[in-house]
Write a protein that binds this ligand. Structure first.
Ligand code: CDP
Length: 806
């Protein structure tokens, strides 16, 4: 017969706490069509808004004819910049310290820019109204190339800034120049380059792409004229920050604004910024007194909201003959489009690009970034990465390969001899970061052994022989990457957005019967927060995760937080969750000691209870303690059991990973087939291994997309050539390879539970890994650099350029 007293193992298993592969609780709703997304919100009398958008990338707007649109049945209003101007809402501040037109004010700067907002009784009438608006444009010369934009006679794009020599991030030296951001020691780096045995130099371009989440952006604004309260539902990755921004822009007192992010169908950075649709839906609701919904379609999403990357990175890397790297130099030209609407912490105009020394102990480095205006859509968001860390990782991982070619060395060995050593942590990088922890050599050796690296190289050499002998038309590429991420923005002293420090928060309330509700300042977009944050609480305070409800995204109920992006949820809000749990545990200890009639120090925590030290049969479970908190409170101590924590992390966390990809390339068709992809991630303490694996699979698939086909491309007239999913590559299960996942565990020394972020690592490490595999296949034929995306056509052209089609 089974013993009725559960064992410690059974009690631990019952909690489903940290380390357990608890199934995602969200999926019961999501897989049964019970999600509640912005477009599911239906309110009485709700109106619909739709945008008239510019077909031109650069043009003067002379007249907007709205009369015919107003005749369309159902159309109630057509709002233009002239209507917004008296309210001071025709321009809005961007997250990067620039300002951006809400609706075209005299000119347009990119194709798809918002020109007028049509409000109607239904979506179709609004779309008919958009068709009926006539706009007179005078075309202006278009610049889509950031280098041409900086030529002396380039057209002036931002006439509103003409004559301004100071921008939000220092001096502007040209009418299309936004900022120069410098990090590191320029003179010392140049001296190292001058004296080095070997210097490898290359231009590394990380093309423009787009996060393209399954759900596009949208909002529903509802102004209650009786109470004066504005409720705004939207696809917001940072609902509290949006509430503050709406208050500052509109003048509505912040307590009269309630921002709600309902379920979000993927964000990947796309839903961090503020868009014209949000402002216009609010204005339209205030004007009409009715709720107003705006939801963009796929083309609008791809054309106008939040692009990513578009960095031209000129690099030099210096080394000794033996391959010890002595210096790194990088000059980046960053194409920010028509407005600087990048989503980065204020002091980092190029995000965390200064992590571009990567996993390597590089003593001297210098980075300069020039931000430039062009006639492209604004944005510059962190598409599944911590600000610009993806660009940084791509840059260094390509430069390592370029250096390996120059030194005629194996790229795995070159990495190994330059890794920061375990005993060097905490490690201060030449560009100013303090890496918290890492064990790169162990991870690297594990990865190389797991794939049988030496055998793969032997097989590759044989295949090359066969190719040269005409026995095959396929080449084999082995892509290597060792990346270091920087996630968890961030210490308030370093990181703020619009002056709001980047801490985060968690509030936990324990109910009398021992179940709980927790609310956080973050917002899940598919990452499974309701599952994993409950696991942290379960382990911290001994209440089963299944008995904990988790809520995010409602500013009227959740504590203030800076939201979810840049893999910051676990490093920051996850830490707040543990700290709030510890406050509850401290009070629970007092209550337990009181009930057991012993001193506080004479009880200790044991999975789900406090036991008297040395007398384990005397205990109070958390369930009993919770009830007591509401009924037998300790004299002089407040009843109840709840706590809130606002956590300002002392440092960021530095997850890392070792990825290896084996590709077969058909030289005649340009097709690349992923034969193997091995991904080892180290995200410190692992909360839910199954969710981590899901995050890695998702991130790698987005990396595959970016490296192998996805691109927002423009022609020289500024026409967006990739604004449909026919042209913009989203991999299906057909294109997606199998992934082999693995891990090491190097806890963060400063995080309360030792966890680092993981959501973005696979994208950061995956892109260079796929790209390096393509390059590696052609290395014997003299290829050092070809630009992504490596679609079939470009691979075919590379093969052709190397004379492999003769
Ligand atoms: O900020 P975001 O949620 O996008 O990224 P994250 O903090 O890296 O977390 C992504 C998901 O992975 C969340 O559900 C985390 O709780 C989970 N995770 C985990 O289980 N263990 C870690 N060490 C890091 C994240």
């Amino acid at each position: 017969m089974k013993d009725e007293v559960p064992t410690t193992e059974e009690r631990v298993a019952n909690l489903k706490g940290m380390g357990s592969s608890r199934k995602r609780v969200e999926d019961v709703r999501f897989t049964q069509g019970r999600g509640n997304y912005v477009d599911d919100i239906k309110l009485d009398g709700m109106l619909f808004g739709d945008f008239v958008r510019s077909p031109y990338a650069h043009a003067r707007v002379t007249t907007i004819h709205t009369e015919e649109a107003m005749k369309v049945p159902g159309v109630l209003a057509v709002i233009t910049a002239a209507d917004l101007e008296p309210l001071g809402l025709h321009w809005m501040p961007t997250l990067a310290g620039d300002k951006q037109m809400v609706l075209a004010d005299g000119k347009v700067l990119f194709q798809g820019q918002e020109v007028a907002f049509v409000v109607a009784t239904d979506r179709y009438a609004a779309a008919d109204g958009v068709e009926a608006v006539e706009v007179d444009y005078e075309e202006l010369p278009v610049v889509v190339d950031p280098f041409k934009a900086m030529e002396p006679d380039a057209p002036v794009l931002r006439e509103d800034l003409e004559g301004q020599t100071e921008g939000a991030h220092g001096p502007r030296r040209h009418h299309n120049h936004i900022f120069t951001w410098e990090q590191g020691d320029k003179d010392a780096t140049e001296a190292v380059m001058a004296e080095a045995d070997v210097v490898a130099e290359e231009m590394i371009y990380y093309h423009r792409t787009h996060p393209s989440p399954l759900e596009t952006c949208g909002s529903v604004a509802s102004m209650d004229k009786v109470t004066g309260k504005l409720t705004l539902w939207g696809t917001f990755q940072a609902p509290h920050a949006i509430r503050t921004v709406v208050s500052l822009i509109s003048g509505i007192a912040e307590h009269n604004i309630r921002v709600i992010s309902p379920d979000i169908g993927g964000g990947f950075g796309n839903k961090v910024g503020a868009y014209a649709g949000y402002v216009c839906s609010v204005v339209a609701s205030i004007v009409t007194g009715k709720p107003v919904k705006w939801v963009e379609d796929r083309m609008e999403n791809l054309m106008s909201t939040a692009f990513a990357r578009d960095y031209w990175m000129q690099g030099k890397i210096a080394a000794t003959k033996e391959g010890k790297i002595t210096g790194l130099w990088c000059h980046t030209t960053a194409d920010h489009g028509g407005f600087d609407a990048c989503a980065d912490p204020t002091k980092f105009p190029a995000g965390f690009m200064n992590i571009c020394t990567g996993s390597y102990d590089i003593p001297t480095a210098y980075l300069a970034v020039d931000g430039v205006y062009t006639n492209k859509a604004p944005g510059g968001v962190a598409y599944r990465c911590s600000f610009r860390v993806t660009e940084a990782a791509y840059f260094i991982e390509r430069m390592i390969e370029v250096l390996a070619i120059k030194l005629n060395m194996d790229a795995a060995e070159l990495r190994r001899i330059n890794f920061i050593k375990k005993e060097q942590f905490p490690y201060n990088s030449a560009l100013g970061w303090e890496y918290d922890s890492g064990d790169y050599h162990t991870a690297w050796d594990k990865a190389l052994n797991a794939v049988g690296y030496d055998d793969l190289r032997a097989e590759q050499a044989q295949q090359l022989e066969d190719f040269k002998a005409g026995k095959t038309r396929r080449l084999m590429g082995i892509g290597l990457t060792h990346f270091t991420e920087i996630v968890g923005a961030g210490p308030v002293k370093n990181c703020d957005i619009l002056g709001l420090g980047m801490f985060d928060s968690c509030e936990i309330r324990i109910h009398p019967t021992g179940s709980a509700i927790a609310r956080l300042g973050t917002i899940s977009q598919g990452q499974g927060h309701a599952t994993t944050f409950a696991q942290i609480i379960a382990s911290e305070i001994g209440i089963p995760a299944d008995d904990i409800t988790l809520e995010e995204g409602d500013t009227d109920t959740a504590p203030y937080g800076l939201g979810t992006y840049g893999s910051r949820s676990t490093p920051v809000a996850g830490a707040a969750t543990a700290m709030a749990g510890r406050k509850i545990k401290a009070k629970a200890q007092m209550i337990a000691a009181y009930l057991l009639e012993v001193h506080d120090d004479d009880v200790e925590f044991d999975v789900d209870r406090f036991v008297v030290k040395g007398a384990p049969e005397r205990f109070k479970t958390m369930k009993e303690i919770a009830f007591a908190a509401y009924n037998q409170a300790i004299p002089g101590v407040e009843p109840g059991l709840e706590a809130v924590s606002y956590y300002d992390p002392p440092n960021m966390t530095y997850p890392f990973g070792a990825y290896i990809c084996v590709l077969d390339i058909d030289v005649d068709t340009g097709e690349a087939e992923v034969r193997k992809f091995y991904a080892l991630d180290d995200c410190g303490t692992r909360i839910n291994p199954m969710i981590i694996e899901g995050q890695v699979h998702g991130g790698l698939t987005e990396a595959l997309a970016i490296a192998m086909g996805q691109e927002i491309a423009y022609d020289e007239m500024g026409n967006n050539k990739s604004a449909t999913l026919m042209d913009f590559f989203i991999p299906t299960s057909w294109e997606t390879p199998n992934y082999e996942t693995d891990h090491t565990t190097t806890p963060s020394p400063h995080h309360p539970i030792g966890a680092k972020g993981v959501g973005e690592s696979p994208n950061v490490g995956g892109v260079p890994c796929f790209s390096n595999a393509v390059h590696d296949a052609f290395r014997p034929f003299g290829l050092t650099q070809s630009h992504m995306p490596h679609d079939h056509w470009r691979i075919w052209k590379t093969a052709n350029g190397l004379g492999l089609h003769s």
